[in-house]
Design a protein around this ligand. Structure first.
Ligand code: BTN
Length: 264
């Protein structure tokens, strides 16, 4: 039987009161239980929601991961989606700013160091603590909306979930105590706004590149049905990964799943 996690009550006021942002988190829609914050955010965006509107779920019953995978978000985890309307040239930076904001917030609230695995998984000691999914709609060459979906294993007992036990961790598991989800969410929204506003001429790309655990490592990359192996040589400003294969050729990969191979 799955053991109970004593979940702190998330409330609208606890997230929004004196948040100190100008727009991200100034409107939060909270659902105790929801299929997926992505679908709810898309509906809000299509209705013209203000930039920075955030959908938060206490738990998700059909959480959506990258590559059509399922994302587990039981009570005790963070599941939220932020609606943004960036200009097209900034689209590729959203992945970078979201993962950096998560790394900064985990450090600020818990003191734990985390790393980014290309393109945007956040890991602690090689195990995934956060997944990020970005969905954008483009109409007539303009960004109609971008939705940044962030799932963080905060107070989750991963041993209750055999399907992720070997690859995932949680903040409470790392610390041996529960962590305030409200503190993490507030910190995250503030960090996202700071990084988003700094995009023109900012250093988000450099910060993200320098924090990637992937670079210089031997990796296997799955992109659709293609599997490639090589050294993860560099990343470009558009977020793509340059893979150097053993025959000397290099391939630019726009989307995929990376497995680090160095320890094998
Ligand atoms: C991944 O596969 O690593 C991405 C996981 C993204 C999960 C988050 S939780 C909040 C938002 N709502 C969803 O259904 N998915 C994203």
């Amino acid at each position: 039987m799955r053991s109970k996690v004593v979940a702190e009550i998330l409330s609208l006021a606890s997230i929004t009161d004196n948040l100190g942002t100008n727009f991200i988190g100034q409107r939060v829609i909270y659902y105790p239980r929801l299929a997926s914050t992505m679908a709810a955010a898309r509906e809000e965006a299509q209705r013209g929601a203000a930039e920075g509107t955030v959908i938060v779920a206490g738990e998700q019953t059909a959480g959506k991961g990258r590559m059509e995978r399922v994302w587990l978000s039981p009570r005790g985890s963070i599941a939220l989606s932020v609606i943004l309307y960036p200009a097209v040239p900034y689209l590729s930076y959203l992945i970078m700013l979201a993962s950096l904001a998560v790394v900064h917030s985990i450090k600020a609230v818990t003191g734990l160091e985390s790393q980014i695995k290309w393109p945007n998984d956040v890991l602690i000691d090689g195990k995934k603590v956060c997944g990020i999914l970005i969905e954008s709609g483009v109409r007539g060459g303009e960004v109609a909306y971008s939705i940044l979906g962030i799932g963080i294993n905060v107070n989750v007992k991963v041993s209750d979930f055999p399907e992720i036990l070997s690859i995932a961790t949680s903040l409470s598991g790392e610390l041996g105590r529960e962590v305030s989800r409200v503190d993490v969410i507030r910190c995250l929204l503030v960090a996202m706004e700071r990084l988003y506003l700094a995009l023109p001429g900012g250093t988000v790309y450099e910060e993200w590149r320098d924090r990637l655990v992937t670079l210089g490592k031997k990796v296997q990359v799955r992109s659709g049905i293609t599997v490639l192996e090589g050294i993860a040589e560099s990343v470009a400003r558009d977020g793509s990964l340059l893979l150097r294969q053993s025959n000397g050729s290099s391939t630019r990969i726009v989307a995929g799943d990376v497995t680090l191979r160095d320890f094998e």
